[in-house]
Write a protein that binds this ligand. Structure first.
Ligand code: C6P
Length: 421
């Protein structure tokens, strides 16, 4: 088995990323688990947080906490300004034409539900079709199923090939005059396939069909540029990109947001209320009912600063290096089969090992201090497509190293040896 020869944890030939220094910014990585160095390969579930993000959260509650958009006092006005600055920061991060197109939500799940229940209800009627793909996470299936059931519409599913690549020709043929919405993952959380969103948007737009993109697994790993992708909606979660849990973003095109009805009703989203009638704020306020996750939004902006300080091109190049290395090393393990072999993949390696249950693989690895995810990854239809009930999944981030991949490979080899006895 090839072993990485570096003792330090970065490969300066591939990127300019100094991983030793970078790792030191993540205090949790110094932990030992069951007496072993902590190897965290469950980044698609959630990433660890750098000290700057932890400090920003602490600073907010120590020094800045107040409710926003309500108070006339100093702290409230200051908190409002920092929250709105976070919106501007997020707009720059995704190259949205305007910060008004950035809506703060709890995360990807809430974001897709918001779009389905507002935009979806406006667009989808009896006999209509909603087009998704085999790659989808349940969050980009179930909200559309709920909508389809309510409206008497149907869900159509774009097939994939045995590598996990979406069938583009089939997609183009499936776009028809009943198709009201296309909803696609940018990157598959379960097998890592990168979907050519810009091209898919072009095809849908040729027929006037809007495209909703689940960017939960792309925003942390590659530059996501709303104007280049030209999608109609884009949704992602802060906690998968070094930010806190409970905060995420819906980006939408002005032409849709301006006509969309509210998702939830309550304080903070109204212009005036009487018992007879309520009028609503314009967007984005109209979609942010109640006290939002103020700290979450502010700290997400810090996470975006962190990502841009490292550089998304550096991140993508470094993680692709890890993915290639892990693919090569893991492939040499007897009985290991990689699920998802698309040529364009991001930061996720899913596999099965002989007939060892993925949960058992995870439990074995955990004994060595290694965290992976095992199971269906909230993508049961995708698992079915590959004829498995689940996989073991290693998902990478910028603080991971080839040495850690070697450790995981050694642990996997121990499992193989154990079951050979
Ligand atoms: N995937 C994973 O381990 P939330 O939970 O709302 O932040 O994100 C939901 C979600 C939606 N779409 C995709 C592509 C995702 O990967 C996820 C979350 C995690 O793969 C937890 S299931």
């Amino acid at each position: 088995m090839t072993q990485s020869s570096q003792t330090t944890a970065f490969d300066s030939q591939e990127t300019s990323l100094d991983v030793v220094t970078l790792r030191a910014r993540f205090p949790i990585l110094a932990k030992r688990i069951r007496g072993n160095p902590f190897v965290y390969f469950d980044n698609a579930a959630t990433t660890q947080k750098p000290q700057s993000v932890i400090d920003a959260l602490n600073r907010y509650y120590t020094d800045q906490n107040a409710n926003i958009h309500r108070g006339i006092h100093y702290l409230s006005e200051q908190a409002t300004e920092i929250y709105e600055e976070a919106r501007r920061r997020a707009a720059r991060f995704i190259n949205a034409p305007s910060e008004r197109q950035v809506i703060f939500v709890r995360g990807t799940t809430e974001g897709i539900n918001l779009i389905a229940q507002t935009f979806g209800r406006q667009k989808v009627n009896s006999g209509d079709e909603i087009l998704i793909s085999t790659l989808e996470h349940h969050s980009n299936i179930v909200p559309w199923q709920l909508l389809a059931e309510e409206r008497g519409a149907s869900i159509k599913v774009i097939p994939i090939d045995d590598r996990g690549v979406l069938d583009f020709d089939a997609y183009v043929k499936m776009l028809n005059d009943r198709t009201r919405i296309v909803a696609l993952s940018h990157v598959s959380n379960a097998i890592g396939t990168v979907v050519p969103i810009a091209e898919m948007c072009k095809e849908a737009h040729r027929k006037g069909i809007p495209v909703v993109v689940d960017g939960a697994q792309s925003a942390p790993h590659m530059k996501v540029d709303m104007q280049a992708l030209d999608c109609d909606f884009f949704v992602f979660s802060g906690h998968k990109m070094f930010g806190p849990t409970g905060i995420g973003i819906v980006y939408g095109k002005d032409k849709w947001l301006c006509d969309m009805p509210p998702y939830e009703g309550g304080g903070g989203m109204i212009q005036s209320v009487t018992f007879e009638k309520t009028t609503f704020l314009d967007y984005p306020g109209r979609f942010e009912a109640g006290t939002p996750n103020i700290a979450g939004a502010i700290v997400l902006a810090t996470a975006m600063d962190f990502i841009e300080s490292v550089g998304l091109d550096n991140i993508a190049a470094y993680e692709n290096g890890l993915l290639d290395y892990a693919t090569e090393i893991f492939s040499q393990i007897d009985g290991l089969r990689i699920i998802g072999t698309a040529p364009d993949k991001a930061a996720v390696l899913s596999f099965i090992l002989n007939d060892v249950h993925p949960h058992d693989i995870s439990t074995f690895l955990d004994q060595d201090g290694i965290a992976i995810r095992a199971g269906h990854h909230c993508a049961q239809p995708l698992m079915k497509r590959f004829g498995v009930t689940g996989t073991a999944r290693a998902s990478f981030s910028i603080y991971n190293t080839k040495e850690e991949i070697d450790l995981v490979a050694e642990s996997l080899q121990k499992i193989v040896n154990f079951f050979k006895r």
